[in-house]
Design a protein around this ligand. Structure first.
Ligand code: SF4
Ligand code: MG
Length: 274
């Protein structure tokens, strides 16, 4: 992370992070900080909410109004904050397990309501902090401590899940594609409505080791080789090679935002009281 971003946005007393050497979460946290910087928003207008897991440590390191909540409930806390302070830009930093397993119900209903939150998923395809259990985004056939013979579940594509539930901005980021990921997070913050940026992270300690995929460099190389930016995809007329995935904006829509609708109800009630 550039030292200017560290000085400006990190709680220096909390550094260094507890993340393992080679973890992708530090890169993604930098992307969130850079995206906030690019929006020009003053610090006091940004609130960062996290749940539980390796990803969710980010809220402790970032020097904003932050809240590190309970497992799976980050979006529920963020909803409460946004309803009471619609002027704030509320960013949720969560993991694949936190967002799509324990917090799956909060995720789909916040998306359905189109409440103006920006959810950034640090998706490492596994439960890192609790010891490498398979998660809702572990690919079929891959391994975790709770899937020693291979995972038989089909994984969620968390961005598609959110879009299907009603999110009005979805995007894919990765730890490798820094510029595209920063742009997607910035788009999400500037978008009015529920936005989710599903960012592939790298977890060499559990996901890489359990699946014999090598170290952090090997995992980042895989992201480079399989991620196709929307710019490149446009040159391919949208037909992606087998086994690759799109990086950048996936879906975008303009629909009424929840807190604005809620304010109309408040106004109506107050009108009737007079
Ligand atoms: Fe990162 Fe994995 Fe280590 Fe957690 S366990 S800090 S996700 S490398
Ligand atoms: Mg995870």
């Amino acid at each position: 992370m550039p030292s200017s971003l560290i000085q400006k946005y990190m709680r220096l007393s909390h550094l260094p992070t507890i993340w393992c050497p080679g973890c992708g979460h530090g890169i993604l946290m930098r992307d969130v900080a850079q995206a906030i910087e690019n929006t020009g928003l003053p610090r006091h207008k940004v609130c960062i909410v996290s749940g539980i897991g390796c990803s969710s440590r980010a809220a402790g390191y970032m020097d904003f109004s932050t809240i590190h909540t309970t497992h799976g409930r980050a979006i529920a806390f963020a909803t409460g904050i946004k309803i009471t302070r619609p002027d704030l830009h509320v960013i949720v930093i969560t993991g694949d397990g936190d967002a799509a397993a324990i917090g799956g119900n909060h995720l789909i209903h916040a998306a359905r309501r189109n409440i103006d939150l920006t959810v950034v998923v640090f998706n490492n395809n596994i439960y890192g902090m609790t010891g490498g259990q398979y998660s809702p985004s572990t690919p079929t056939g891959e391994f975790g401590t709770t899937a020693p013979y291979g995972n038989i579940d089909r994984p969620f594509d968390i961005a598609r899940l959110a879009a299907g539930a009603g999110a009005t901005y979805t995007a894919r980021g990765t730890a490798y594609h820094v510029n595209e990921t920063i742009e997607a997070i910035q788009n999400g913050i500037e978008h009015t409505g529920f936005s989710l940026i599903d960012c592939y992270s790298v977890c060499p300690t559990y996901y890489g080791r359990k699946n014999k995929k090598g170290n952090s460099i090997n995992l980042l190389q895989w992201q480079r080789e399989h991620g196709v930016t929307t710019k490149r995809a446009a040159q391919m007329n949208g037909s992606l090679p087998e086994g690759t995935y799109l990086v950048g904006t996936l879906t975008q829509d303009k629909l009424p935002e929840y807190t604005a609708q809620y304010q109309k109800i408040i106004d109506k009630c107050q009108e009737e009281k007079r």
